[in-house]
Design a protein around this ligand. Structure first.
Ligand code: SF4
Length: 358
């Protein structure tokens, strides 16, 4: 349980197959089991941009499973609020994989949901997930402008409906992520660290980390991801909360990290240095959705590079908690009662830049 396996290199398909053959996660399982593969297709952006799971990794998993007689496989995902899963499947190369291996692509945005209660919190979760016997989570080791990182635990946010994604933000994000993981257990994690964006979940600044990491414990995986991305485990609140709920155990000095290629250089020697983002102090966020907040941060970073943020004197409000309230400067439809606001749900990065420059 408390082990991580790493393949380093630049050939995602081969690395994935090598990892799976090494850990043999389906040993002894009935070949009829229903298997769901959950990538991270947060938006319709090719994997090279650092936001989405490399399709070659998914292909590697499918080759491994089918060559071992496991054919009852589907790919499941629900992109973030404001983007289309179907567009993401197409742009990210998943439609080709689906055709080549006859594997269905399920858009969880079209799914019904089931309400589950955990410690008094009701969570709506897509129905498809409850029909699976084996869930393979294939997140990225990636930055996130609200929770700092996203990896195995937060990737499960793609299995809830859009309305619930918005509601997660009103509940503070961290606790519902931990509780969701207490309800839905993932059976295997293959984390894509080929060229993730260490700062933004929607990509655009890919960094070559040249690794894929496999394991069974999402808390351990996220703890490892935090370390690689330049944070301490305790900086990421939902990791500790998930550990408290018995979802897994964090990285410790005696955690075994196995590099499956003998001749590879040390696999755990990378740490990203996070940039200081002073412009974040200009934002007053209250229950903002990921896409909305991320687009604003992205726009501000670009405005900051050209020295424009110095011209913005007011605090910028964003988030669902501002609905119906008056204010001065806002971003998103939730701030429609403000004196000046950028419409959209969520508004795009380019539109936000245009709004501020105008
Ligand atoms: S406008 Fe409001 S509801 Fe829409 S994405 Fe932004 S924060 Fe979420």
């Amino acid at each position: 349980m408390s082990k991580l396996y790493i393949a380093t290199g630049t050939q995602p398909k081969k690395m994935t197959i090598d990892l799976l053959e090494r850990i043999n996660p389906i040993k002894g399982k009935n070949k009829e089991i229903k298997i769901g593969i959950k990538p991270n297709l947060v938006c319709a952006s090719p994997a090279e941009e650092g936001a989405t799971t490399h399709p070659e990794i998914i292909e590697g998993i499918i080759i491994y499973l089918t060559s071992n007689g496991f054919n009852n496989i589907k790919i499941i995902e629900g992109a973030w609020v404001g983007d289309s899963t179907k567009r993401a499947y197409k742009v990210c190369g998943y439609e080709e994989i689906s055709k080549k291996y006859d594997i269905p692509l399920i858009d969880l945005k079209d799914d019904m949901f089931v309400t589950k209660s955990y410690k008094g919190m009701e969570l709506n979760i897509c129905k498809t997930v409850f029909g699976l016997d084996f869930l393979i989570n294939v997140p990225l080791i990636k930055g996130h402008c609200q929770t700092k990182i996203t990896c195995a635990l937060k990737n499960l946010k793609g299995i809830i409906p859009d309305t619930e994604k918005r509601r997660f933000h009103t509940m503070g994000l961290h606790k519902p992520i931990a509780y969701l993981n207490a309800i839905i257990r993932q059976d295997l994690i293959i984390a894509d660290g080929i060229c993730p964006d260490p700062y933004f979940e929607e990509g655009g600044r890919p960094k070559k980390l040249n690794r894929i990491v496999a394991g069974f414990d999402p808390v351990l995986m996220d703890s490892y991801a935090a370390k690689i991305l330049g944070y301490k485990t305790e900086d990421i609140k939902y990791i500790g909360l998930a550990e408290s709920e018995g979802v897994g155990k964090t990285l410790e000095s005696d955690t075994e990290i196995v590099n499956i290629y003998e001749n590879a250089s040390a696999a755990d020697d990378i740490t990203i240095v996070q940039k200081e983002k002073k412009y974040l102090n200009m934002i007053e966020q209250a229950d903002a959705c990921s896409a909305c907040y991320s687009n604003l941060v992205n726009a501000l970073e670009r405005l900051d590079e050209s020295g424009f943020t110095e011209n913005i004197a007011d605090q910028i409000c964003i988030g669902q908690a501002y609905r119906g309230y008056k204010g001065i400067l806002g971003v998103g439809d939730c701030t429609s009662c403000f004196e000046k606001y950028m419409p959209g749900c969520p508004p795009s990065v380019d539109d936000i830049i245009k709004f501020f420059t105008e």
